[in-house]
Design a protein around this ligand. Structure first.
Ligand code: AMP
Ligand code: GLY
Length: 420
């Protein structure tokens, strides 16, 4: 069969890498792809938001299955568009994609369905925002309601920072339309966990747990990023929180989908805060996480095409999904300056010297004249399996030494605290 993967990040490289292992797949296109997918798929020069062009491409090339990586395409309604045109597509429809496209929509859904989440208010104008802020202590969390590439969340330590964040979003419109509505939310303390689930409307199957590192600097300091590293499984979650989450979060979530006729089909990503008073939902995403996917898919043994097709057909209940019991770690290499300003087009050297049992997933890269160049903030996701996380991370950090580009940066503490 012919598969089209939409997206250009590390997540999409990992998806393409996994789909390539399927005996059902003859040809993979990736739109627009990156320097890594160029080696294992055919890159197509169409961006994730150009959903009409993607439809035309899929029709003209008789694509059997389209797999949508990024939230942008999902929130725009790519799934509805493809389905109206009789094409098979993996991902949730536009209505369900609001669970990522609007934090207020998600908060309301969670509260209606008695799923634990931090207290919040939604505000639209700066005067009300400043008034409502007075009801919260510090730190406080300020979030743009819409999509902001993982950067629309500010943790304000005091009133001055909170006012600045509110003004940036509401008055200066730092995140454009995404800041039309703003959420002010109580601050939660604890460790985070990322739980990704396969969902087909009737059945929800959690994948192996993962941990993401959101902050740019070691020891979780500095601003939030899209994610600087990951590991799977998440030890704290597995040992202490798993049962509670299944009972208090996953079950009511699926019930809520059914009750509200959301017909969610695809990947549900649940961002959790594991607090001493129990687990709270921080956010929902409607697609694979990046860089969680790089770690998680290294551990998936079942054919991903078969899982995706079973979800499209509403037959997930009958799938037996298998994982290896290794520990996976992914360390992201970024461009100096990210998540603020950074430069592109630096030549990446040494990739060919990396050992074969370490997989270098590309994110912000492109191929030009046989050379791999940087093309984004997060550039590479160096990923490996080990019998322990310590073994995996040692392997990764040793191999990273072979990779070089100007102003390359990575955190040296990924998975150090994993406890495995
Ligand atoms: P979100 O996109 O809502 O998950 O927010 C991104 C990141 O901001 C989360 O992964 C957390 O690290 C942090 N964050 C979001 N909401 C809260 C909260 N209520 N309390 C503490 N940290 C939060
Ligand atoms: N790593 C978090 C995300 O994909 O949103």
């Amino acid at each position: 069969m012919k598969v089209l993967v939409v997206g250009s990040g590390g997540r999409e490289h990992a998806i393409v890498w996994k789909l390539r292992q399927s005996s059902h797949v003859d040809k993979i296109y990736c739109a627009p792809g990156n320097g890594g997918t160029a080696h294992i798929a055919q890159n197509i020069d169409i961006k994730d938001h150009e959903i009409d062009q993607l439809l035309t491409f899929a029709k003209e090339n008789e694509i059997d299955l389209t797999v949508v990586g990024p939230e942008v395409s999902l929130v725009m309604g790519i799934v509805d568009l493809f389905q109206e045109n009789g094409l098979k597509v993996f991902g949730p429809n536009k209505k369900c994609a609001q669970l990522e496209g609007s934090k207020n929509f998600t908060k309301k859904f969670l509260i209606r369905n008695n799923i634990p989440t931090a207290p919040y208010v939604e505000v639209r104008d700066i005067k009300t925002a400043k008034e409502k802020l007075e009801n919260f202590g510090y730190p406080v969390v300020i979030k743009a309601d819409g999509l902001a590439a993982g950067k629309g969340v500010v943790i304000a330590e005091n009133q001055e920072q909170a006012h600045k964040a509110l003004e940036d979003m509401i008055v200066s419109r730092k995140f454009g339309e995404a800041g039309d509505n703003v959420i002010i939310e109580g601050f939660l303390t604890g460790k985070e966990a990322s739980i990704l689930c396969f969902v087909d409307g009737n059945t929800m199957v959690p994948m192996e747990s993962a941990q993401d590192y959101k902050k740019i600097f070691e020891n979780d300091l500095g601003p939030n990023t899209g994610g600087m590293g990951s590991y799977s499984p998440n030890f704290l979650y597995e040992t202490t929180y798993k049962k509670e989450v299944e009972e208090k979060i996953l079950k009511p979530m699926l019930e809520g989908f059914k009750k509200e006729k959301l017909d969610f089909k695809g990947i549900l990503f649940i961002g959790l805060m594991l607090t001493e008073e129990g687990t709270q939902v921080l956010e929902l995403n409607v697609r694979f996480g990046d860089p969680e996917t790089q770690s998680i898919l290294m551990r998936l043994e079942t054919d991903l095409v078969e899982i995706m097709e079973s979800i499209c057909e509403g037959n997930l209940e009958n799938m037996n999904i298998k994982w290896n019991d290794k520990q996976a770690v992914c360390v992201v290499i970024s461009s100096g300056g990210y998540p603020e300003l950074y430069e592109k087009n630096k030549v990446i050297e040494g990739l060919e010297n990396v050992d074969e049992d370490v997989v270098v997933f590309h994110a912000g890269t492109k191929l030009e004249d046989e050379k791999v160049l940087t093309n984004g903030g997060r550039v590479l996701g160096v990923t490996a399996l080990g019998n322990t996380t310590e073994e995996a991370r040692k392997k990764i950090y040793k191999e990273i030494e072979k990779i070089r580009f100007d102003e390359m940066y990575y955190r040296k503490d990924i998975a150090q605290d994993s406890n495995y």
